[in-house]
Design a protein around this ligand. Sequence first.
Ligand code: GDP
Length: 193
Amino acid sequence: LFAGPCDFVKGVVAMSGLPDPDRPEICFAGRSNVGKSSLINALTGRKSLARASNTPGRTQEINYFALGPAFYLVDLPGYGYANAPLSKVEQWQKLLKQYLAGRQTLRRAFVLVDARHGIKSVDEEIMSLLDTSAVTFQCVLTKADKMKAGDGVLDQVRSRLAKHPAAYPELVLTSSEKGDGIATLRAIVASLL
Ligand code: GDP
């Protein structure tokens, strides 16, 4: 699954633009700056697959990548920009809701959480949306190389996840910088095919 090329398919701004639901897909969500682009790049072994900097002014697109011929990797736009205009946020939330509730081929969502900061209120919002959309999600901690023992983040994440019916209990700790957890995450993705 991760041996071949992982090509960009299209950026989607409305439900009508989604590719045909002819194969399973997974999606990645997370606060801006959580390390989502870095993680997708590390996962797919590409240097610049996902744009490393997302700016709030840019159109909020759902980016589709083909992971081999039979699987889609979907990069959802980063959320929680402090300065994003309300109209953009609303437009994005509407598309996100429609996507999560309506995409039959979506196998699992991966919600990225910064291992230094734990789950924030914007993460809670998307997790609640995943609950109501009945999309199973798994929490991936990013920047694990920056974690400090005894800071309570793991306990915070576990106790918050326990309150979400759609949360898959197993956490994945990753560091795109050091490569930790990337093989584990690949194996999880492959198991969903
Ligand atoms: P995105 O906005 O979620 O796509 O985040 P990026 O992938 O662009 O990363 C945001 C910042 O976090 C950048 O400065 C990255 O260098 C840094 N970063 C990403 N992954 C890691 C990691 O595994 N460890 C550390 N220490 N920094 C990381």
